[in-house]
Each structure stands twice: as structure tokens, then as C-alpha cells.
Design a protein around this ligand. Sequence first.
Ligand code: TRP
Length: 458
Amino acid sequence: MNNHQGNQERFSLHGQWSSRMTFILAVTGSAIGLGNIWKFPYIAGDNGGGAFVLIYLICIFVIGFPIMVSEIMIGRKGRRNPITSMKILGLEEQGSENWKWVGLIGLMAGFIILSYYSVIAGWTLHYFKMSLLGELSNLNSESVQTIFGELTGSAITQLMYHTAFMAITVAIIAKGIKDGLERAVKLMMPGLLFILIVLLFYSILQGDFMAGVNFLLMPDFTKITSQSVLAAMGQAFFTLSLGMGCIVMYGAYLPKNESIIGTTTTIIFCDTIIALLAGLVIFPIVFQFGLKPTDGPGLIFLTLPLAFNEITGGYIFSGLFFILLAFAAITSALSLLEPSVAWMIENKNYSRGKSALIIGVLIWLLGFLSIFSFNILSGFTFWKGTLFDNFDYLASNILLPLSGLLFTIFASWIMKKENSIEELSDVSRRVYKLWRFGARYIAPIGVILVFLNAIGII
Ligand code: TRP
């Protein structure tokens, strides 16, 4: 079988994105989500602000960028789910099947992440409902804590929303993600950006903006520990959806003539802007109302209702914000689920619906443990804290960087140079060399140094 036929056959499994725009939208939809708006501010708050943010940005550009390019490249060459793509390419390039394990680590990470991601997305659905019913009015810094405490204290309420969110995600995946995804992302992104900008004005005019900016952007390196460097790297992987294989998966649908470097630049730019914007909105409110940056996973649910509460017509913005955030979470959740489902379809020959249902139920069940971490099991702590803390730490800080590291090593050391040149043929020689240097040396060495540092070896 010549290469051309091979590619034809691989195409037929999935079809392709109708255009470069759809691909960008899908990957941006995957990247932008709770990671930007919920997780980034609270992790930045937990890790002391400015210096963390600086390290996070460095990780995005010097580690995230080359790895994202590597993952898209692997996807476009492999044309299957991440495990099979790695298996096929490993055989083609090196005669070894073992690279499939990298895809498997990624899939595992996605499995774990979606289990708690859905719980948090459930929180946003609850806040949407409360906005609609006018239950988020006359708030002060105590009542927001009570409301949030009531939600996290109730396993039943969380279970309901977690179930709803997983059901929606599974239903969309069961139908196939291409239809509708484009439209959803096109509406949601500008909407979310618009409300964040309204909120930014609020924070500038009414919040303690200078305190917020100082906290977020002024590096204070005394607050940096090896664990916060690891957290910054983990967050870079998480927010760009790297290491898990969903970018590989989406790359499999990218037409041959589209620019990988160009699209990566756009996606990273959008993702970073949204995260920074969320931080700039939230910290001024934190300081104005005497909340604490270290308030943890509840940070946006404590701060934003306070701001909406004071804006005229704020309940409309509030409802809109939480529902758009839920949409942003859905487009991310789709990318967390799709690779495992594609794997099951291609390997077990199950139908799409059956595969989505089986995997969805398993993830849904695992999610119970995260729900219980906030109530009946909140006292059950080990290693990094509650079960929820451990899931997030394991997936974001260990599994994602580990498989991201292996993806980039594969693309830059194992794949033949002609092949990567062909994938990046639209850019100049200099840009190609820059990618290759980043992917061969900077990103791998960066990840390894951060790991070694975190376990105390250096
Ligand atoms: N990046 C998404 C967010 O910021 C979450 C996400 C989607 C993700 N797909 C992923 C995280 C794959 C890690 C790996 O909300």
C-alpha cells in the first residue's frame, strides 16, 4: 500500500473538518473552558500570584507551543484516535508498537479529568439556575460563602448537575461532534469574551483593581516553591488541552494543506487572553470584598456573584455568564471524551452510541468520588489532600506533562525529519528549526527539570 492510499483509508474513518476555521474553533473550544476561568485564578491564588503567572506564561510559550505543534502533527499523520495513531506511527517510523502507551496515558488523564470537570461544570449549571431564579441577589461576602457551602455540602444537588452535564456530553458525542460544534463555539466564545469585558470594567471602576493587578502581575519570587512551578506547568498543559491526546485526535481531522504553526499561534493566543482576563476580573473583586486569593476551587463562585450583584441588570449578565461558561465546559468536555470513544469504536467495533454510553457511565461513576470530596469524604485526605485534589494533581501535574513529553519526543526525535518538514512545509526554514529545537530540547528538558525539581532531586 503506498502512502497515498494509506492516507485515503485513514481519512475515511473520520472525515475532515470542513475548513481550517472549524479546526481552530474546535481546538479553541477544547482549550477554553473551566481551566481558564475557574481553575487558572484559583491555582494562581493558591500559589501566590505574579511569579506563578510568569512561570505559567513561560511554560505556555516554551513548552506548550512546541508540544501543541507536535501533537497536531502526530494526529494529522496518524489519522486515528491517539492510541492507534501512536501505534501506527511508531511502527512506521521505528518498527515499535510501544508508543501506543503514550496514547493510553493520555486517555487515562482525560478519563480522570472529565470525572471532576463535569462536577465543576455542574456547579456552573447550579449558579445559572440560581441567577435565573433571582437567588443571587442581596449578596455580601458572607452570604456568597453560605450559598457556595450549601452547594458543595449537598452531594445530591451536585450529583444531579453532574449527571445532567455528563448526559449532555455523552449525547453530543453519541451523535458525532462535527455537527453543531462549530456553531456552538462561534456563539459562545464572543459571548463569554463580551461578559468578561463587562466584568473587567466593573473590576476597574468598582473593584480594588490595583491590588488585583499587583497580585496577578507583580512577581514575588519568595512565594515560589518547586510545587508551584509544577503547578504552573500542569496548568499550562491543562489549559491548552495538551498531553491527553485530544489535540492529536482533532489534528486527525485537519486537512493536509492547513498551517499547523499558524493555527497553534491563534489558539494559544486566544486561550491565554481569556485566562488573564479572568484573573484581572476576579482578583480586584477578591480584594475589594475582603475575600482571600487562597479560597480555592470556589473562588469564581464567591467573587463573580458579588460583582454581578452590584451591576445594574447584573442578574442577566450573571445568568448569561454561567450558561456560557457551561457551554465552554461542554466543548472542552467533548474533547476529553472523544478520544476514548473513538478508541472504542475503532478497536472494539462498538457503535458510537454504545461506546459513548459505556465510557460516559464509567466517568460519571468516578465523578462521585470528587463530589464526596466536598462533603462526606472531605475528611478523607492523603498525599495532596482530598480525592478531588489528588485526581487533579495526578492528571494535571503528572500524567499530562508525562505524555506531552513523550508526544514531543516522538515528533521531534523519532519521526523522520522529512516527515515533520512535510507537515510544517508552509513555514520558513527558520521557523521550522525553531520548532524542532523547542520540541527536541527546550520542552523535554523543561518538563524533566520541573519534575526533578518537584520530587526534590534538584
Ligand atoms: N483545556 C480545557 C480547559 O481549560 C480542559 C480540557 C479539555 C483539557 N481537553 C483537555 C485538559 C485535555 C487537559 C487535557 O478547561
